[in-house]
Each structure stands twice: as C-alpha cells, then as structure tokens.
Write a protein of this length. Structure first.
Length: 112
C-alpha cells in the first residue's frame, strides 16, 4: 500500500499543485476548485466554481499566478522532475488508457 500524505489539501496548496490542477485542467473546462481551511489546516469548505457558460475565461491575477508558479516550480525542483524522470524510464508519465505495461499489473495504485 502506498503511504498517505498527512494533510493532502495543505500539501496540494503549499506546493502549487492545486494551482497547477486549476490552471491546466479545470480552468480550460470553465471550472475552479477552492479549499477553505481553518487555522489548524482542516477543510471547512470546498467550492467548485462554475464558469462553463461564462463569456470570460477563468484566469489567475498576476500576484496569484506568480505565487502559484513559484510554489509549483519549487516543488518540481525538489521532487517533481526527479519523479517524472523515474516514471518516464518505466514508460509511464500520464496514463492514456487502461492498458499498462505488464510490470504494473500487480500494483494497484489508488485502491485500498
């Protein structure tokens, strides 16, 4: 079983991963995900903003964009690029379908 990250929301926000998920996946779909945390870091609310029918695209302002990019780039420098390279060597970075190379058949990622 894969280890779990203690506070996944704090991790995603602190490392700019939520920013990148919004920027690359959700914004182009007209959506934006927000987590609201209390002072202890626990989730108090989750918002999924819906702009699918809006005339203007969702975009970060300059300050939020720069802050998110800095966090994400720092994460990539520390962990991300090394992990991406490792997965490329295994032949898997982004899953494009249900068929995985044979060596992955006994590994059940995302299942408990």
């Amino acid at each position: 079983m894969l280890p779990k990250i203690e506070n996944p929301v704090e991790f995603l926000v602190a490392h700019g991963i939520l920013f990148e998920m919004n920027r690359q996946v959700l914004h182009p779909l007209g959506l934006e995900l927000h987590f609201h945390l209390d002072e202890t870091g626990k989730i108090t609310d989750i918002d999924l903003l819906d702009n699918r029918d809006g005339a203007e695209p969702i975009a970060f302002g300059p300050e939020a964009y720069n802050e998110g990019r800095e966090k994400y780039e720092a994460y990539l420098r520390e962990h991300g690029r090394r992990n991406i390279q490792k997965r490329r060597q295994l032949g898997m970075v982004i899953q494009t379908g249900p068929n995985l190379p044979h060596q992955f058949h006994d590994v059940h990622y995302g299942e408990e």
